[in-house]
Design a protein around this ligand. Structure first.
Ligand code: DQA
Length: 700
C-alpha cells in the first residue's frame, strides 16, 4: 500500500473575501473607462456604474436627456436611491463602482462607501475641461462654472478617498492593478467568483464582459430566474440573441442536447464577442459550459448556479461535460467560466431533499477545509427553513471560496490537489451506478464519505473523531450514512472510477479534519472489510425499518417515477399511441405536476432490466411512492413483479396508451396484482392523475 500525497492547501478563512472598489472623481477623470476595463479584462468583476443605473431607472439614453426631461434634482435623487440600494454587503468577490461625479454630495452615500476602497482619480480642472468640452455633458458647457465646480468638489473627494491617483495620464498607464494589489489578491480577481445575497439583481454587471450579444441557457425549473435576468439584461441595453430553456437532468446531459444548443447559437450568429449566461443546477451548467468550450473553439461563459449542490460544489471550477449513455461525465473539458455568480437567496425556496443533497457536499468540503468550515456547517444545519437564505450564506461562501482556492492550485486535476474534492465519491459513484441512480448523489456521498473516513482510520491511523464528526453532521439533517447494499453489488462499479489509472484506484482519505490525502493505493480487501463491518446494515438493523424515509422529507414526499424499456424513444416512436412529447419534456411536466401536489418526482428511464429492478429495491429506502411504466416488460417480466411485491409504499402502474384496447398481448400485465392503482390510456395526463392519486393517498 502507498500512503498517497498530502493535499492540504493554504487557505486563510479570516482574510477578507470581498472587495469593493469605488472610483470617484470629477467628470472626465476616467472612472467609467477604468471600471469598464477592469470588468472586461482578466477576471470578471461585478461592475456598477451609477450614471447607467440612473439612466436605466429614468428610461433615458444620456445624462443630458435625463437632465432635460427630469431636471438635475430628480437625477440626484434617483442617483442616491440606486447607490444606496446597491450598497448591500458582498460575501465574496470583487466589485468595482464608478460613481457619478456629484453623488458624494449625499451624506448617506458617503456613509455607504465608508468600508470600501475608495480611489480618487484626480486631475486638474483645465485638463479635464479639455477632455470633456464640446461633449453633451450638461455640466460641461461653461469653462468657468466647470472649474468652480471642480474646486468645490476637491475637499469632498479627499475626505472619502482611501487612495489618490494621478489621473492626468491615460488610464492604461495608471497601473491601478499594481497599486491596489493589496486589495485584490490575484486568485479572487482572477476567478471571478462572487457570492452574496441578492446577487442575481446584478446579473447585468457581469454580462458586460463583451459588447456582443448574450445567449441565455437556463433550466426550465428556474424559468422565473432566467426571465428576470433577461429583463435586467435588456433594460441595461444588452442584446439577448438567443434564449434556450431546457428541462435538465442527468438523463439529458447528453451530446444530443449540446448539439441542439450549439445549433441555436449558430442560428443566432453568436460570435467570440458573445457571452453565454448559464442558469441552473450542475447538469445544466456542465452541458452549457461544455457547449461554450467547443463553440467556435471556446467562447466566454458566465455560470449562475441555482441549486445548493452546484453553489457549494458542482457549479464552481470549470469542469464541463456530458454523459455518454450511462457513463457519467466521460466526455468533457475544463473551461473556466469568466464569472460565477452565487446568490444565496435562492436556497430559501429549495425543497428539503435538494437541501440535504447540497448539505452533504458542503459538509464534505468542511471535512477537507477544517474546523472553521465545520462550524459554519453546524450552524447552517441548525437553522430553520425560514432563515435559510441568511443562515446558510457563510457556509456557501466558505465552500465556494475553498473550492475556488483548490481549483486555482490544480485547475486541470493533474497534481493530486483537486482530487481531494472527490472525498467519498469513489464508493458514492459505485452506489449510484449499482442502484441505477435511485440513490441520489448526496445520499451516496454521505455513505461513501463515511466509508472513506473508516478506511482512513484503518490505513492512516486517522482519529475516530473524524467519523463521529461526519455522522453527527449528517444526523443533524436526518441523512443516513449506512447502506443495505452488499460489497459484491458495488465492487464491479469501482472499475469505472475516474481516479483509477494503470496502478489501480487512488483513494481520497483524511488523516484528520482539514488534512486530505489523495492517491492512496490500498488492497481492495481493506475496503471490503470496512464496508462489511462498518457501513452495511442488514435488513433487521436498518434505522426506521419499514418507513421509507431516510433522505425523504415527510413534507415533500419523494415519488420514484420509473420509465422502462423504449420509453427513451418518446417523441420519435409511434406518436399515434404515445404522443409527440419527448421524454425530457414529459419529465419536466411530471416534475411540475408533482411539485403542484407537494411531491418531489424522481424520474428515471432505463432500457436495462437490471437497473430498473435495482431502482425498485432502493425505493424501499428512499421513496414514499412509486410510479412504474415498464413499457413492454409490463407484459411478461416477472422480475418486476417480484421487485414491486414487497414494497410497502403506494405503487401505481401507468401506461400512456390504452393497453387494454390494443393487441391481445398487451392486455396482460404481470405486475397488476402487485400495484395499488392503474392509469392507462390517458397519455401524459395519466402521470398527473397518478400523482394526484398518490398525494391523496399519502394525505389520507
Ligand atoms: C406502454 C405500453 C406498452 O405496451 C408498450 O410496450 C410501451 C409503452 C404505454 O405507456 O402505453 O412501451 O407502456
Amino acid at each position: 500500500m502507498t500512503t498517497g500525497s498530502r493535499a492540504s492547501i493554504e487557505f486563510d478563512p479570516t482574510a477578507p473575501a470581498a472587495v469593493r472598489i469605488v472610483l470617484v472623481g470629477f467628470m472626465g477623470a476616467g472612472k467609467t473607462s477604468l471600471a469598464e476595463r477592469w470588468a472586461t479584462s482578466g477576471g470578471a468583476v461585478l461592475w456598477f456604474d451609477s450614471d447607467r443605473a440612473v439612466l436605466a431607472e429614468l428610461g433615458c439614453d444620456s445624462v443630458e436627456a435625463a437632465f432635460a426631461e427630469h431636471g438635475e434634482a430628480r437625477f440626484r435623487e434617483v442617483e442616491r436611491e440606486v447607490v444606496l440600494a446597491r450598497a448591500q454587503p458582498l460575501a465574496r468577490g470583487v466589485e468595482v463602482w464608478s460613481l457619478g461625479g456629484g453623488s458624494l454630495q449625499h451624506a448617506d452615500v458617503r456613509g455607504a462607501i465608508s468600508d470600501a476602497c475608495v480611489v480618487w482619480l484626480d486631475a486638474p480642472a483645465e485638463l479635464l475641461w479639455d477632455r470633456v468640452a464640446g461633449s453633451d455633458r450638461p455640466l460641461a458647457r461653461d469653462r468657468a462654472a466647470f472649474c468652480a465646480l471642480h474646486a468645490g468638489r476637491e475637499e469632498l473627494y479627499a475626505s472619502v478617498s482611501t487612495v489618490r491617483v494621478d489621473a492626468t495620464r491615460p488610464i492604461d498607464e495608471l497601473g491601478l492593478g499594481r497599486l491596489l494589489s493589496e486589495y485584490l489578491p490575484p486568485s479572487w480577481f482572477g476567478s471571478g467568483l462572487a457570492v452574496g445575497a441578492g446577487l442575481l439583481d446584478r446579473v447585468e454587471d457581469i454580462c458586460a464582459l463583451h459588447d456582443g450579444p448574450v445567449a441565455i441557457v437556463a433550466d426550465r425549473a428556474v424559468d422565473h430566474i432566467a426571465d428576470a435576468a433577461r429583463e435586467r439584461l435588456e433594460r441595461a441595453g444588452h442584446v439577448v440573441a438567443c434564449d434556450t430553456r431546457l428541462p435538465m437532468g442527468e438523463f439529458n446531459k447528453q451530446l444530443a442536447t449540446v448539439e441542439g444548443v450549439l445549433a441555436q447559437w449558430a442560428g443566432a450568429a453568436l460570435h467570440r464577442g458573445s457571452t453565454i449566461l448559464a442558469i441552473g443546477g450542475g447538469t445544466l451548467l456542465d452541458a452549457t459550459g461544455f457547449a461554450a468550450s467547443i463553440y467556435q473553439r471556446g467562447i466566454d461563459w458566465v455560470s449562475v448556479p441555482t441549486t445548493l449542490v452546484s453553489q457549494v460544489d458542482a457549479g464552481i471550477g470549470g469542469k464541463t461535460g456530458v454523459n455518454l449513455g450511462v457513463a457519467k461525465n466521460v466526455v468533457g473539458t475544463v473551461h473556466m467560466p469568466r464569472a460565477t455568480l452565487i446568490d444565496s437567496t435562492v436556497i430559501a425556496s429549495l425543497p428539503e431533499d435538494a437541501i440535504r443533497d447540497g448539505f452533504v457536499e458542503a459538509a464534505k468540503t468542511a471535512m477537507l477545509a477544517g474546523d472553521w468550515l465545520l462550524e459554519r456547517a453546524r450552524t447552517a444545519a441548525q437553522a430553520g427553513s425560514a432563515e435559510r437564505g441568511d443562515a446558510w450564506l457563510p457556509l456557501v461562501e466558505g465552500c465556494a471560496g475553498y473550492k475556488d482556492a483548490v481549483v486555482a492550485e490544480d485547475p486541470f486535476d493533474t497534481d493530486g490537489i483537486r482530487a481531494q474534492l472527490n472525498l467519498g465519491h469513489t464508493l458514492a459513484h459505485a452506489i449510484e451506478a449499482a442502484t441505477g441512480g435511485a440513490v441520489t448523489h448526496g445520499a451516496a456521498v454521505a455513505i461513501g464519505t463515511h466509508a472513506a473516513l473508516r478506511l482512513s482510520e484503518l490505513v492512516l491511523d486517522a482519529p475516530a473523531s473524524s467519523v463521529e464528526t461526519w455522522r453527527e453532521l449528517c444526523a443533524q439533517l436526518g441523512i443516513v450514512t449506512s447502506s443495505p447494499l452488499s460489497w459484491d453489488e458495488l465492487e464491479p462499479f469501482l472499475a469505472l472510477d475516474k481516479k483509477r489509472d494503470s496502478r489501480g484506484l487512488g483513494w481520497v482519505l483524511l488523516e484528520g479534519v482539514g488534512e486530505p490525502v489523495t492517491g492512496v493505493r490500498l488492497p481492495v480487501e481493506a475496503a471490503r472489510r470496512v464496508w462489511d463491518e462498518c457501513i452495511r446494515v442488514g435488513e433487521g438493523d436498518r434505522p426506521g425499518e419499514g418507513a421509507p424515509v431516510e433522505t425523504a422529507s415527510p413534507r415533500h414526499p419523494r415519488v420514484l417515477v420509473l420509465f422502462g424499456v423504449n420509453l427513451g424513444q418518446l417523441g420519435v416512436r409511434d406518436a399515434a399511441h404515445y404522443g409527440a412529447q419527448t421524454l425530457p419534456e414529459l419529465v419536466h411536466d411530471v416534475e411540475m405536476w408533482a411539485a403542484a401536489e407537494g411531491l418531489v418526482a424522481d424520474c428515471r428511464q432505463t432500457d436495462s432490466l437490471e437497473r430498473f429492478v435495482h431502482a425498485l429495491h432502493e425505493a424501499r429506502l428512499r421513496h414514499h411512492a412509486v410510479i412504474v411504466n415498464p413499457g413492454a416488460w409490463t407484459h411478461h417480466e416477472l422480475a418486476i413483479h417480484d421487485a414491486l411485491e414487497p414494497l410497502s409504499v403506494p405503487r401505481v402502474e401507468v401506461h400512456l396508451s390504452d393497453v387494454d384496447a390494443r393487441e391481445e398481448w398487451r392486455r396482460t400485465s404481470v405486475i397488476r396484482p402487485v400495484v395499488d392503482h392503474v392509469v392507462s390510456g390517458r397519455g401524459a395526463d395519466g402521470y398527473r392523475d397518478a400523482l394526484r392519486w398518490i398525494a391523496t393517498r399519502l394525505r389520507g
